[in-house]
Design a protein around this ligand. Sequence first.
Ligand code: PFF
Length: 466
Amino acid sequence: MADTRAQWGSRIGFILAAAGSAVGLGNMWKFPYITGENGGGAFVLVYLASILLVGLPIMIGEILLGRTSQRSTVGAFRKLAPGTAWAGVGWLGVAAGIVILSYYSVVAGWAMHYVYLSLTGSIAGQSADTLNQTFGGLVTDSSLNLMWHTAFMAITIAIVIGGVQKGVERAARLLMPLLLLMMGAMLIYASTLDGFGKALDFVFGFHTEALTGAGVLEAVGHSFFTLSVGMGAMLTYGSYLKRDDDLVGSAIYISVLDTLVALMACLVLFPITFTQGMEPAAGPGLVFKNMPIAFASLLGGGLWSVVFFSLLTFAALTSSISLLEVAASYFIDERGWSRKRAVLTIAGVIFALGIPSALSNSTEIFGSDFAALTAPAFEVVGVEAGKNWFDTFDYLASNWMLPLGGLGIAAFAAWRVGGEARQQSFAAGSSLGKVKAFYLAWLTLLRYVVPIAIILVMLHALGALG
Ligand code: PFF
């Protein structure tokens, strides 16, 4: 079976595809807005520490499990620990992929709508007030949200049916470098704004006042989300690696790239925010309301706007394909389904699950207020008042499912996989991986620091630590 399995065309193809999975809406849409809501500073610090001490070690473990087993997430645990409950970690990953993609697709749909608006010239040059209304109008419009959700899922399906090498790798090869270039150019522009100094202080200054227990959970949860770890996406991509590809180097490269894009997004958005005298805690609309303001003052602003929102859409696409691949590859590997059947079936489920998210902010659906209808149900399951379906899915997936999955993956890779095999796999094809001290540091993080950190953060968020 391993012989007929798909593989990456080249090592750089893997890195770009995995970085494509990591870099997405999480970096450009979510990270800036949750940083804004949590007061910057200390939140960013917790996030960076969590990437380095928790996310990166898990990523290495995850890719290692995929490459060793040459299976996708459930199959990997079944093969390495037959007949045990470890497969449950794989199942949790499949579930997380389905939940995340269902609402991820809705946000990606917003980005697509902004491409359309940019093309028709209704974005660049608008006042902050008008942009505010444009975003508000979009999220409350149920048919628009449904239409774009459908369109985005259709494109994701088409690429994933195309298969690992042709579809996923090819898309990532072109788009990642373009995205970096565009963000670099925007950063240069932002550094000329009056608000740049204030933005630097907001993002990197040590402001602890605003950080809460829930904020710490969110920072740690987001480090999983942004690196695409904790649900087997990296494991699945790793399973298409050859056994002698450099694993450690790739994981470091992916994490650095991902963090860079997230910080760049903040350093572009917050200077605009402060220069305009706007609030950093603008919520999910931040990137949609603020970027167009920058385009207004740039030569050829309309074009910048088209390019930016297209790149945002593509960044979302290289992530959504990995989300779909996790669930689809389970049916392909474990159930022997054809790729087409697996993708269509699972994407159908995800599409349906995304409908309530698409309607979350809708004030009129079948003659009633959808948001008002669902609110009481969420309060019953203990979700904060004011959170709708969309927020709830995002909250559950990134703050709980991914960290729990990450805990399972870390425990498995650090304790269950045989020592000799683990060390060999860590070192294969990697000069860094051959350094004993480096291996030991990784193992120590994975064995002790990762589980303790995740459990403490969760207990803290549940209020169990007083
Ligand atoms: N890392 C992606 C982002 O930051 O947008 C989201 C994501 C993709 C999470 C794939 C999890 C995953 F498996």
